[in-house]
Ligand binder design. Structure first.
Ligand code: PGA
Length: 251
């Protein structure tokens, strides 16, 4: 049975005091309830160590990016090895904000994916089309390329350490959400793509999450679809009540 997963993407929000406060609110709920989904918090790099030291539940901590380099003279960069050493177990790669603002492309991301896996980080790999890709009906092609060019160099053991997040760019932070029909259509497409290149067992076990203005009002409808295994939550994850409601909406 593939895993249900809910990930909070805090992005560049919350100073360390605010971050610890929010983490403690979430951890309290996790300790009180026996939530079914795996819960991952993708926090700013600077918060990973302090939050990891406060973990007493089965929450996992993720980074939001890592360097393409293993180590060395790359001022300001943070390697996968360093992130793992302070407590990160996952890293988000390929988020549309990094593709847009830092010109990250599929080739660069394929290298980051390999470096992350080599250093024991599991990867949350984001893909998704822009509004013009959707309107020109080229979104399947765009998503196929994002997955092919960044993940198809992996072997069968490596791909098992990947979670894919489908995040239509037009839905991120906009309040517009893909309908459950639109999201399911793409999730199934991604699963079939993985089956074709790897095998059916790997495709069946791969968790594919939806992201893009997911909130407590729309999450249960989205999560009710066969191929939607949870969510990558931005804005709504900055409020513990909303985030817990989203976790609870997974059946
Ligand atoms: P959003 O962000 O939920 O605020 O749209 C999702 C994401 O960017 O991961």
């Amino acid at each position: 049975m593939r895993k249900k997963i809910v990930i909070a993407n805090w992005k560049m929000n919350l100073n360390i005091q605010e971050g610890i406060l929010l983490f403690e609110e979430i951890q309290k709920e996790v300790l009180l309830n026996n939530f079914n989904p795996i819960i991952i918090l993708a926090v700013p790099h600077t918060h990973i160590n302090s939050i990891s030291e406060k973990l007493s539940s089965n929450i996992y901590i993720s980074a939001q990016d890592c360097s393409i380099y293993e180590n060395g003279a790359y001022t300001g960069d943070i390697s996968a090895e360093i992130l793992y050493s302070v407590g990160a177990k996952y890293v988000i790669l390929g988020h549309s904000e990094r593709r847009k603002y830092y010109a990250e492309n599929n080739l660069l991301l394929s290298k980051k994916v390999s470096i992350a896996l080599k250093n024991n980080l599991k990867v949350i790999y984001c893909c998704g089309e822009t509004i013009s890709d959707r309107e020109s009906n080229t979104y399947f092609e765009v998503i196929e390329n994002q997955i092919k060019e960044s993940l198809f160099h992996l072997n069968n053991d490596e791909i098992k350490n990947i979670i894919i997040a489908y995040e239509p760019v037009w839905a991120i932070g906009t309040g517009l959400t893909a309908s459950s029909f639109q999201a399911q259509e793409v999730h199934l497409f991604i699963r079939n793509l993985i089956e074709k290149n790897f095998n059916k067992n790997i495709a069946d076990e791969l968790s594919i999450l939806y992201g893009g203005s997911c909130n407590p009002k729309n999450s249960s409808e989205l999560f009710s679809k066969n191929d939607i295994d949870g969510g990558l939550i931005g804005g709504a994850s900055l409020n513990s009540n909303d985030f817990i409601k989203i976790i609870n909406s997974i059946k």
